[in-house]
Design a protein around this ligand. Structure first.
Ligand SMILES: Cc1cc2nc3c(=O)[nH]c(=O)nc-3n(C[C@H](O)[C@H](O)[C@H](O)COP(=O)(O)OP(=O)(O)OC[C@H]3O[C@@H](n4cnc5c(N)ncnc54)[C@H](O)[C@@H]3O)c2cc1C
Length: 276
């Protein structure tokens, strides 16, 4: 089985966080990830920090994939960033719209990720492998699934090479999404985004905000575990490992882990899946 693993980080805010992330990366290296990606604050708020972590990752000999979001930015700004990444030898970008904090007035010159993908292709041709975001449970702002599907197809056809999904715990949503886009003639790999479960209360808050469903059976079970962190960890590992097994058995081409800058859960899940 040729399963590609990729792992996502956010750029730390402090020197201690940067140092801790170096240790996390050295532990995760045993998984031989296809790439490590680094998120980007909408409007460019983490531009320098993202670039600095990306450069470190590349210097360590890994493939580094910066995320790049267009909302709140100008074309000139994005062009500068693309030039920086090209000069640094980066070959992969996760291209996104991003979300501006509520109340921010300036949406920027590129309104949606399909426009960013088109812009990157116009500026840099085939230099970058472009990943885009996919939403098996639909993007929270989409009025109807059919609109979101059409928008995803437009984004893929604008020149994306592959997609990474928002996290989810319902494998059927992923399989349905893949069937839907294949029926529209889109054949790029759709890599499931996997969120290991460290704290159920945090996950519940975050999921409400980003539109990811926590199935009732899971939610009720976690709620019943109260503050028992060991039991929450053990159940979370079982749930996520079984999800990954189902996804891989059903043809998912790889797994993209939202590591939250931690290594233990991702490592444990991959060991259970015999991927390390
Ligand atoms: C793998 C992954 C990584 C992420 N990394 C980051 C990150 O680093 N930084 C960050 O800020 N956010 C990140 N996000 C969050 C993401 O930016 C938000 O979910 C955002 O709301 C949507 O981004 P998108 O690229 O999917 O946008 P789009 O593809 O533009 O879609 C956004 C919404 O607009 C609709 N839409 C799309 N195109 C059009 C169009 N042409 N006309 C009308 N409507 C349209 C879609 O249906 C959808 O409802 C990430 C998400 C994922 C899944």
């Amino acid at each position: 089985m040729n399963i590609e693993i990729s792992i996502e980080f956010f750029p730390p805010q402090t020197p201690e966080g940067v140092e801790k992330l170096r240790i996390v990366r050295s532990k995760l290296a045993v998984l031989k990830p296809e790439f490590f990606s680094v998120t980007f604050g909408a409007g460019g708020s983490t531009r320098e920090r993202t670039f600095s972590v990306v450069k470190e990752i590349a210097a360590e000999g890994f493939n580094a994939a910066p995320h790049l979001s267009c909302v709140g930015s100008t074309r000139a700004n994005i062009r500068d960033i693309l030039n920086e990444y090209q000069a640094a030898g980066i070959r992969r970008i996760v291209a996104l719209r991003g979300d501006l904090p509520s109340g921010t007035a300036e949406a920027g010159e590129l309104r949606h990720a399909n426009e960013l993908v088109e812009f990157i292709r116009t500026e840099t041709g085939d230099h970058f492998h472009l990943d885009v975001a996919a939403y098996p449970e639909w993007h929270p702002q989409a009025r109807f699934p059919r609109d979101d599907l059409a928008n995803f197809v437009r984004k893929a056809k604008a020149g994306a090479d592959s997609a990474i999904t928002q996290y989810f715990y319902n494998a059927d949503a992923y399989f349905h999404f893949v069937d839907e886009i294949r029926a529209q003639g889109v054949d790029i790999p759709i890599v499931p985004g996997i969120m290991p479960i460290a704290s159920f209360s945090k996950l519940a808050r975050f999921s409400d905000a980003c539109g990811a469903e926590l199935p009732r059976w899971m939610r009720r079970k976690f709620e019943g575990l109260g503050d028992d962190t060991d039991a929450i960890r053990a159940f979370g590992l079982d749930v996520v490992t079984e999800l990954c097994q189902r996804l891989l058995a059903g043809g998912a081409p790889g797994l993209h882990f939202y590591s939250m800058n931690q290594s233990a859960l991702t490592l444990e899940i991959c060991q259970r899946l015999k991927l390390s």
